[in-house]
Ligand binder design. Structure first.
Ligand SMILES: [Zn+2]
Length: 246
């Protein structure tokens, strides 16, 4: 229980300084005030409408993902709006009025923007995604489409952090990651996934100053965010959105 600081931001939306400086770029993470965005939850459509209204965007211009903890990344266009893209954990777009969304309840949700090429991205990465280099796959997609990583801005959303991510009973998980990311406290083992995520981003050329982390732990701040580990089967999901307004 290290990180007790909650920066909910204006209107209960979590935003990043770097991304906020970009003209016409809409971005943010929803808090619990908007309700659960998890598909199938009874109020998820209302939640999404409230969040869209707060962001001043049209909910029909949002693209969703059916996230499967893969490293599949997909480029999407205006034609994909209103759809839920199957079996992907990252969306990228070069078009305006296309809002990419990512759902989370402990996994790391990441918002991406290339300020020169004007590409936007949203990625979902839990331990499997981090292990399978999902974030790097997204950045490499940008690079092969002309991005220079020095222009790419990153916002790391609320996720479970090393203060709470106890992997003691899931021992095989510990063996997948370098010991330097695992901390022992009172006989238990805790994994620092956001730290690995940041090192992965640095390794593909993103400058340190371009990587912003909201530093919010979903488990510690379960009153403002959803946490799968804290809430179990009843867990809801919050949403991150990014896209350019025309
Ligand atoms: Zn925590």
């Amino acid at each position: 229980m290290i990180n007790k600081t909650v920066a909910t931001g204006k209107n209960n939306i979590i935003r990043f300084k770097n991304l906020s400086k970009i003209n016409d770029l809409i971005h943010g993470f929803s808090t619990r005030e908007f309700g659960s965005m998890k598909p199938g939850d009874p109020d998820s459509n209302i939640s999404l409408e409230l969040f869209s209204k707060a962001l001043k965007i049209n909910p029909q211009q949002i693209i969703k993902m059916r996230q499967i903890h893969s490293n599949n990344i997909r480029w999407v266009t205006q034609k994909d709006r209103g759809f839920r893209i199957n079996e992907v954990d990252g969306l990228l777009t070069r078009e305006k009025d296309v809002y990419l969304s990512v759902l989370s309840a402990d996994c790391i949700p990441v918002l991406i923007f290339d300020k020169q090429k004007k590409y936007a991205g949203a990625v979902h990465a839990g331990w499997k995604g981090i292990y399978n280099d999902t974030l790097k796959a997204a950045i490499n997609q940008l690079i092969s489409n002309g991005s220079n990583p020095v222009n790419v801005l990153i916002g790391i959303g609320p996720c479970i952090r090393s203060c709470c991510y106890n992997i003691t009973i899931t021992n095989e998980r510990a063996n997948l990651f370098n010991k330097k990311y695992i901390y022992e406290r009172n006989g238990s083992y805790f994994l620092d996934l956001p730290k690995i995520a940041k090192e992965q981003l640095l390794s593909v050329g993103i400058p340190k100053n371009n990587i912003e982390d909201c530093n919010i732990c979903t488990s510690d701040n379960n009153d403002r965010f959803f946490s799968f580990r804290k809430e179990g089967e009843r867990f809801g999901e919050f949403m991150g959105i990014i896209g350019r307004k025309s």
